[in-house]
Design a protein around this ligand. Structure first.
Ligand code: PLP
Length: 471
């Protein structure tokens, strides 16, 4: 356990590094930076030696949970193993040392990677046009809905004020609709956990701009009515947007464009493997139909004869990120896709098999609200009289990261388990064993958990309202 901040362990002048001698002329900062950008005093950094830095971060990491230390079945997050080969590709000096302002003639290799990545995403989605700019799934959603908005503005259609969002949606969906300036209306589910088609039919009218559907949805259920849903929207002149954050469950098995979707986002970091715990880095690339292609963010990568260039789509919504988006994430995704090739389908099949194995083994002990073939994740409820929070805390004592709890909101005491495709049967069996054991524990015993973690249970409401982020 750490007992103070790293800064408290330092002494003025103590160093753990030496820098190489300057091999360029020294220029004073005053000459190159505007006055208001210059610091008035030195930054308060820890002045420590190398062992202190190593021990500080090693000890911190030991108090943390990560995919490299534990099984991490956090529903809706796809916390899977990320092959180290992707990291090696991103660290190649020719890529890592590039500056985004270098001219196209010097960055042909990087532009080729982006161009090919656009092509791969086109291939797996069925859409003719892609943009790699958005830096997160949520930003990919916002980009897509802003493109739809601009489409209607361009067509002089001022009536489109509403975006429809299913009750299972990730919170970023209604947030996106609001941020883009639309009102959002919620649609309920049918008995299979899918969007209620009849309710949708009754809601769609000339004010509808789009429906945001997640497939597979956040109950892990495949939205098998997408073609019919797309027809309903298209007949009313509206668009179907698909939240593709869960593409690892359908990759190589279903192309959203062929089912009638108009625009979608990918979570490149989840599906194509970039470590993304703690909020970044990410890429929420979007793919869309011909009708929306001209509205994509600026720039996209084009190719003429043998060279690659950046281009602005004709009616672009403009930039949604600095420079070219998160190039490192695109590069890792490109590498991951190249490594797998057509075997990407196996990724999908394993993700689905693993979730269904857990569903089958927990059935009878845990309640399963949608007990049909699921995709990459499964929602369960603890046995009656037990709380999802307590089971989740109990899992920590068994050495597992808890699944997502109390989401999706439509299921009471929900535990959303996403094992991902990279886990072995042995790991799944250990996890299932722990879940079954916890189901047998008394509620009083469970309320004590966790007893082996660096901190016991926190008062979460107080932590949120009276946050003290200092030591
Ligand atoms: C279904 C769904 N939509 C959207 C998002 C938002 O993605 P991001 O966290 O990259 O913004 C997520 C996050 O995992 C998600 O699961």
């Amino acid at each position: 356990m750490l007992n103070n901040l790293i800064r408290d362990r330092g002494r003025e002048g103590r160093r753990g590094y030496t820098l190489p001698r300057f091999d360029v002329e020294r220029v004073s900062l005053e000459k190159v930076l505007p006055k208001q950008s210059l610091r008035k005093e030195k930054p308060r950094l820890a002045e420590v030696d190398e062992p202190a830095v190593i021990r500080h971060y090693t000890n911190l990491s030991r108090e943390n949970w990560g995919i490299d230390t534990n099984f991490y079945p956090l529903g809706s997050c796809t916390m899977k193993h990320n092959p180290r080969a992707n990291e090696a590709a991103a660290a190649v000096p020719g890529f890592a040392g590039l500056h985004p302002l270098q001219p196209e003639a010097q960055t042909q290799g990087a532009l080729q990677v982006m161009y090919e990545a656009q092509g791969f995403l086109s291939e797996v989605s069925g859409f003719p046009a892609v943009s790699l700019q958005p830096m997160a799934g949520a930003q990919g959603e916002l980009t897509s809905i802003l493109m739809i908005k601009k489409y209607f503005e361009d067509a002089g259609d001022e009536k489109r004020t509403t975006v429809l969002v299913p009750s299972t949606a990730h919170g970023t969906n209604p947030a996106t609709a609001t941020m883009a300036g639309f009102g959002s209306k919620e649609i309920g589910l049918d008995e299979h956990g899918c969007v209620d088609v009849e309710e949708l039919r009754a809601m769609v009218d000339e004010t509808t701009a789009a429906l945001m559907i997640t497939n597979p949805n956040t109950c892990g259920v495949y939205e098998h009515n997408i073609p019919e849903i797309a027809n309903i929207l298209h007949e009313a002149g509206a668009f179907l947007y698909m939240d593709g954050a869960n593409m690892n469950a359908i990759l190589g098995r279903m192309r959203p464009a062929e089912a009638g979707v108009d625009v979608m986002h990918f979570n490149l970091h989840k599906t194509f493997s970039t470590p993304h715990g703690g909020g970044g880095p990410g890429c929420g690339a979007i793919a869309c139909s011909e009708a929306l292609a001209a509205f994509r963010p600026d720039p996209v990568v084009g190719k003429s004869e043998e060279s690659y260039h950046l281009a602005r789509p004709e009616k672009s919504i403009g930039r949604v990120a600095g420079f070219h988006g998160n190039f490192g994430v695109v590069l890792k995704a490109w590498n991951y896709i190249k490594m797998h090739g057509p075997e990407l389908r196996d990724v999908t099949d394993m993700a689905v098999l693993n979730a269904n194995y857990i569903r089958a083994r927990l059935r009878g002990t845990y309640r399963i609200p949608y007990d049909e073939l699921c995709k990459h994740e499964v929602v369960v409820q603890p046995p009656k009289g037990k709380k999802a929070l307590d089971v989740a805390k109990g899992l920590i004592d068994h050495g597992f990261h808890p699944p997502t709890i109390y989401f999706p909101l439509v299921v009471k005491e929900a535990m959303l388990i996403e094992p991902t495709e990279t886990e072995s049967k042995e790991t799944l069996d250990d996890f299932i064993g722990a879940m079954l054991e916890l189901a047998e524990s008394s509620p009083e015993e469970l309320q004590e958990a966790p007893i082996n973690a660096p901190t016991r249970r926190l008062d979460e409401a107080r932590a949120a309202r009276q946050l003290k982020a200092r030591w």
